[in-house]
Design a protein around this ligand. Sequence first.
Ligand code: IMP
Length: 432
Amino acid sequence: MNIAIIGAQWGDEGKGKIVDLLTEHFSIVARYQGGHNAGHTVIINGKQFILHLIPSGILHAGVTCLIGNGVVVDPYSLFTELDALKAEGIRSENRLFVSDRAHVILPYHRDLERFAEDNRGDRKIGTTLRGIGPSYEHKLGRLGVRIGDLSDSRKDGFLAETIKRNVAARNQIIHDTPLDWTVVYSDLLSTWTRLSPMVKDVSEYLDFALKEGKRILFEGAQGTMLDVDHGTYPYVSSSNGTVGGICTGLGVSPRAVEGVLGVVKAYTTRVGEGPFPTELSGKAGDELRELGQEYGASTARPRRCGWYDAVVARYASRINGLETFALTKLDILDGLKEIKLCTSYRYKGKTLNSFPANPAMLSACTPNYETFPGWSRPTAGLREFEDLPDEAKTYIKRIEQVTSVPISIISTGSDREETIILKDSIARGWLE
Ligand code: IMP
């Protein structure tokens, strides 16, 4: 079966670990959206790898990794990541391919993003400043440069003309530090020699692979609540990290996606601005941040922390058709006196069970909590469900009940081995 792994909160759910855990059962791992704004952390035998643009499957020799047309690619950042992997002895030749239709992130995208953020006043999004948003804007505005265009070295060709026009437009907005289009252009052309062996029609590659019966793992980045359509707009990223993004971002049929697994933390975090109903302020939030070491894998920014939100989880389940969850970072709750679980919101005196679209309305929602006793015996490192403290089992069972999504995997630590894959679970069935 081909499986999609999707973030069910605001990103940073621990997708990297879950993708890594399951990769040995797949031939191909494919990314379909986002860019190097993502930070997928994988720890193998105590060694930490943080992947931004390259699919987490690269850490498994023999697995082919694909970057689809729906991803935005900064070639320089891709090279930096490749160099770092090479330094660790991980080879990517002939097993990492980039779609010829993926859009390129250029230096002017980063400049435009910083300018936009600086001018948003108190409505900043808190973006990663990697040029992601402006690159997608150019894509939709039909002003973008695609990876396949980088082979065009004609002085008056499409690439040169597009860069010239986009740099001129950028210089009209940002006056004090003008860019020289010829420098942007020649720098970009110089990337082609290294890029070209990786460039492919990824949709066609996947079509052949599907016909040969190869198993594909679709790796989502960010999370449902950061999806440009279904997330907490405008406080979102610029792509579709939800399941629909797989078809448009890789050029595959919906029939290619045979199973969907959502990844959720045992609590909630968010980086950047925007409403977050179960956010813990002050000491309680700081404590959870320190326990979970909740700092951005890409930008090192402190993450905002709060309790598990079942309204969000149910919403993610509906949008993505989640069949099962991987519940991560359970061990971070070890030793807490009590744990809260938000089952619905209260808005203007009424109970709200589904997620509202309007950010002002969401900001005015207060969570309805159920409170659970914590557990004193640690869950850290446990590998069998039966070994969990009773209080942890109760909390997990209640999460399943209030979301109507069964849990297949429980992560009890950052290492690959520190994981429970439940007997008779949906995910276990997929892997057999
Ligand atoms: P952008 O993707 O850089 O445009 O940022 C938009 C919003 O998405 C900001 O709040 C970022 O902090 C957030 N964001 C983007 N990528 C990730 C991620 O991989 N994990 C968590 N938050 C992210």
